[in-house]
Design a protein around this ligand. Structure first.
Ligand code: NAP
Ligand code: G4F
Length: 352
């Protein structure tokens, strides 16, 4: 009998990679999608006709719908990936973020408790829980939490209700505390993909320069494809537990910019400081990167650097993709997207 998985957030970056992974392991994969007026299935288009892949309409704000889906699907494993996942946007829609990214989790856990309590539950927790306090780096499962955004605070609630349902009701409920993971499928309003899509447009002649916020922020960036394997391993462990998944390496946004331009043969020279800092092409002197304070956040997470030792020792998980290979993969894919389509794809990095 193949196992049955239910994924919320199946149309997102991680949902698409996780679906592929589980289908390759002969799972029957059920995914929840939101009804939208435009197509939201871009990332799963290639698997939508797979006979073991089933989509259901739903929303994290609708507890009746979640309860009905758990009853109908009777999943062995639930992966709760749905969220308003953009940290900057969470300052603009804090209440909505709390509702979906926070309270949505307890709606799903309650559905499991009431309808099918032997379901294994994975919660997409995040390094944003740590708040990037420099003295605490590298951050592990033992590092105290200090979220710095409505998103982080909503995820903190979800983290604790996951632990609580494990302790109170004996549900196999686990947190994956994942550090930033990226890919060619990353939303274009996150900084890495904003940089790589913008570089593709610059090379195509349809954009002059990239406007960014805080260039000094440091992130522990890995490849999403590696991280979904970790999610699956967390639910295959012999007991429910919480795990950090990270690379153990950190880079500034500035370093990501340099590495991405390097892939198209452009060396960046930085001049000026603070909001006057600008990046120029060493060869031509052309202005390619500027700072725009509109992308600063009301509170910032300065430094994320994870310690994945527990996952490495207990689950045998390890990231495979290096920082350089991740950047290479993302730039190459965006360059080929721009070449393939005319007019160039419309995305909205200016909102990120
Ligand atoms: P993503 O690309 O933004 O995907 C989010 C998913 O959630 C999308 O499928 C979205 O659907 C869905 N969603 C949003 N609001 C919803 C609602 N009200 N009801 C149902 N579905 C809803 O995020 P991701 O990068 O794949 O991340 C997956 C999860 O891991 C998220 O919970 C995120 O917070 C967490 N996380 C991510 C990272 C990272 O670096 N990527 C690190 C740690 C934790 P639409 O397509 O319809 O918008
Ligand atoms: O790419 P970001 O928007 O990702 P952030 O805030 O780290 O959050 C992501 O990772 C979390 C895990 O740690 C997830 F939980 C969360 O769901 C999401 O996937 O920003 C990264 C850094 C920030 O410090 C931001 O201030 O880049 C800085 N940044 C500088 N300029 C920018 C920009 N971020 C964005 N989005 N856009 C900019 O123009």
């Amino acid at each position: 009998m193949s196992k049955i998985a239910f994924i919320t957030g199946v149309t997102g970056q991680d949902g698409s990679y996780l679906s592929e992974l589980l289908l390759s392991k002969d799972y029957e994969v059920h995914g929840m999608i939101r009804r939208q007026s435009t197509n939201c299935t871009q990332r799963i288009e290639h698997i939508i006709d797979n006979k073991n892949f089933v989509l259901h309409y739903g929303d994290m704000s609708d507890s009746h719908n979640l309860t009905e889906l758990i009853g109908k699907i009777k999943p062995d494993e639930v992966y709760n990936l749905a969220a308003q996942s953009h940290v900057g946007t969470s300052f603009e829609v804090p209440e909505y973020t709390a509702e979906v990214t926070g309270v949505g989790t307890i709606k799903l856990l309650e559905a499991i408790r009431q309808v099918k309590p032997d379901t294994k539950f994975y919660q997409a927790s995040t390094s944003e829980l740590f708040g990037g306090i420099p003295e605490t780096a590298p951050q592990s499962e033992k590092t105290p939490f200090y979220p710095k955004s409505p998103y982080g605070a909503a995820k903190l609630y979800s983290y604790w209700v996951t632990v609580n349902y494990r302790e109170a009701y004996n549900i196999f409920a686990c947190n994956g505390i994942l550090f930033n993971h990226e890919s060619p499928r990353r939303g274009t309003d996150f900084v890495t993909r904003k940089i790589t899509t913008s570089i593709a447009k610059i090379m195509n002649g349809t954009l002059d320069k990239i406007s960014l916020g805080n260039l000094n922020a440091k992130r522990d960036w890995g490849f999403a494809g590696d991280y979904v394997e970790g999610m699956w391993l967390i639910l295959q462990n012999d007991k429910p537990d919480d795990f950090v998944l990270a690379t153990g390496e950190t880079h500034t946004v500035r370093e990501f910019v340099e590495a991405a331009f390097d892939e198209v043969g452009i060396k960046i020279e930085w001049r000026g400081t603070g909001i006057e800092e600008k990046g120029y092409c060493v060869k031509t002197g052309k202005l390619l990167v500027e700072v725009n304070p509109k992308f600063f956040r009301p509170a910032e997470v300065d430094l994320l650097l994870g310690n994945p030792s527990k996952a490495e020792n207990i689950l045998g998980w390890k990231r495979k993709t290096t920082f350089k290979d991740l950047v290479k993969m993302m730039v190459a894919e965006d360059l080929s997207n721009v070449k393939q389509s005319y007019p160039p794809p419309r995305n909205f990095p200016e909102l990120g």
